[in-house]
Design a protein around this ligand. Structure first.
Ligand code: J2J
Length: 552
């Protein structure tokens, strides 16, 4: 049973009926969509992978991607992986990412989208919590050998029966190309239903462990179709995947999957900086891409002096974190393309500035929702609706916003209202034109240039250090990232004196993604308290602000 209802709350029937009647949910699946595109234009290029990291360059047509997905699907089925099985996919921006996820979509197995930066702590949790049957990795990225981690996990996690190595030397495991088996498409089992779960996406999160987000074929494909329309993606578009492919933004806003839905071309960029991206923009005629604010700044700075021809670029989407107005103003003059701000979340709701919005709206707002059926509420601390234009908590409900996290009933009771609105944790204001301006955040999270760090998760790791009595992690300003993490730590009275770097090393060695390692660690005697004796993170953030202002 793949219906979300088993493991997570889903849309009540009257909403589902409304979304179908309105034409948002059209009964499509990812497997079916690729099959259709491949039938319509088998020879059009779908995926361009420039190679590198020891791998050759590849250009796969729609026909080839479709055949590869079939063959891999058959091989996975032969290994006992099928409908409802979870498969942790941790791949960099390589062609095999798409071969893998479409094979899984086709047989109704659920990809669990890990990021290449994740390490043992995160991957172990994903594998254990989802009872994953398989784990798909590259040999290595940036010197980190994923096979060592995989070996440990297969040894220790009983459900984990397979490791497939998609790129490089497979070592003791099976190489992905060896899994693929020749198959006649009609011999594959029936496709999953459009209302079935398609995959589990990761939440940015503010809790001790990341929550998993159950997305269905119908709801996600609607967000792709809606995004394509608002971002003017059609079959002539060329989308550059500069951010990590598995992240919700480059996957769906409109992202690689939106581009494939449109029959467009997806170009994979191994690194998001201008050095790797600019040559690909020129050689492939890239028309659209998405970046987080720090990278958009880098591109804007590099563009005026580059020898590469960037004139094919029509649209630059910027989102994931607040893009400052000053930086936003520089995009068009430097890159010659239209800026499109995007304020989205893996849980659902995605807002875009419209391509024809007036330039002031584009640089000063984070856009408005994709769907006329996206419901937006701006409320005070007691869930009372605020008068239009006032700043408050953003709650949302709609045809592609989940009604609950996967297997998290207690957390769902806090993160959703009784009538199904998702509490985004974002503090926003609505303009007279219905555009949202992100004013802040109520969730205990650090947005490190688009990479989300849950304070509680990092605090728990610091607390595991034998010399640590207590720890609090807060955001502090960073000129490049917007925010970075600062950990305030109280050592035990009997602890040996130590350097802050020892805490950072400790956290890193516990096997945590590098972006979660605190950027700064400060030892303190006490934490500031609120009137009622609770630790005041607000006061700690203010301390951090003073400290960063006084250090050059
Ligand atoms: C301020 N904060 C923003 C923005 C996201 C498209 C784009 C981004 C994401 C994403 C995504 C912001 N200004 N423009 O999934 O499809 C912060 C908010 C939000 C959280 C979601 C997509 N754009 N944010 O960033 O799930 O706090 O998705 O709730 O990683 O990022 O994070 P995530």
């Amino acid at each position: 049973n793949l219906s979300p209802g088993k493991d997570a709350p889903t849309w009540p029937q009257e909403f589902a009926e409304r979304y179908r009647a309105a034409g948002w949910w059209r009964g499509e699946t990812f497997g079916g969509m690729l099959r259709e595109r491949a039938a319509e234009h088998p020879d059009r290029v779908a995926i361009v992978d420039p190679g590198g990291n020891g791998a050759p360059a590849r250009r796969w047509t729609y026909g080839e991607l479709d055949r590869r997905a079939d063959r891999l699907a058959a091989g996975l089925l032969a290994r006992g992986i099928g409908k409802g099985d979870k498969v942790v996919v941790q791949l960099p921006n390589i062609a095999e990412f798409f071969e893998t996820v479409f094979a899984l979509f086709r047989i109704g197995a659920l990809p669990v989208f890990a990021l290449p930066a994740h390490r043992e702590t995160e991957i172990r949790y994903f594998c254990e919590f989802t009872e994953a049957a398989a784990y798909v990795i590259p040999q290595q990225v940036g010197g980190f050998d994923y096979r060592g981690l995989a070996a440990k996990l297969v040894d220790e996690i009983p459900t984990l029966r397979h490791v497939f190595v998609a790129e490089g030397d497979a070592g003791p495991f099976e190489a992905l190309p060896d899994v693929a088996t020749e198959v006649a498409p009609e011999h594959l089992p029936a496709a999953p239903a459009p209302s079935d779960l398609a995959f589990l996406q990761l939440s940015g999160g503010s809790t001790g462990v990341p929550k998993l987000i159950p997305r269905t074929h119908d709801d996600y494909i609607y967000s792709l179709r809606g995004s394509n329309e608002l971002c003017a993606v059609d079959e002539d578009s060329v989308y550059l995947v500069a951010l990590p492919a598995a992240h919700n933004f480059p996957l769906s806003s409109p992202g690689s999957l939106g581009a494939l839905y449109a029959g467009a071309r997806v170009v994979l960029c191994p690194q998001p900086g201008p050095e790797a991206a600019f040559p690909l923009i020129e050689s492939e005629g890239v028309t659209i891409t998405g970046l987080v604010p720090p990278l958009a700044l880098l591109w804007t700075e590099a563009a005026p002096a580059t020898a590469y021809d960037l004139s094919s670029l029509d649209v630059l989407l910027v989102g994931g974190a607040k893009f400052s107005e000053e930086a936003a103003r520089r995009v068009k003059p430097a890159l010659g393309c239209t800026l499109q701000q995007v304020f989205g979340m893996a849980e659902g709701l995605v807002n875009y500035t419209r391509l024809d919005d007036d330039p002031e709206t584009i640089v000063t707002t984070q856009g408005r929702p994709i769907s006329p059926d996206d419901e937006i509420r701006v409320v005070d601390d007691e869930d009372n609706d605020l008068p239009p234009g006032e700043t408050g908590h953003l709650l949302t409900r709609g045809p592609y916003t989940i009604r609950g996290y996967w297997r998290a009933p207690e957390h769902n009771a806090r993160s959703f209202t009784a009538d199904g609105f998702y509490r985004t944790g974002d503090v926003v204001r609505l303009t007279a034109t219905g555009h949202l301006v992100v004013e802040g955040r109520a969730k205990d999270q650090i947005n490190r240039g688009g990479e989300k760090v849950a304070a509680e998760e990092v605090e728990n790791h610091i607390l595991a250090h034998p010399s640590v009595h207590d720890a609090n992690v807060v955001a502090e300003p960073d000129a490049y990232l917007g925010e970075r993490t600062c950990a305030y730590v109280i050592l035990r009275a009997d602890a040996e004196p130590m350097r802050p770097a020892a805490i950072r090393k400790f956290v890193r060695e516990r096997g945590l993604a590098a972006y979660k390692v605190p950027d700064r660690v400060e030892f303190v005697e006490v934490f500031p308290q609120t009137g009622v004796g609770k630790i005041s993170k607000k006061a700690l953030r203010e301390t951090a602000l003073r400290e960063t202002a006084s250090t050059p």
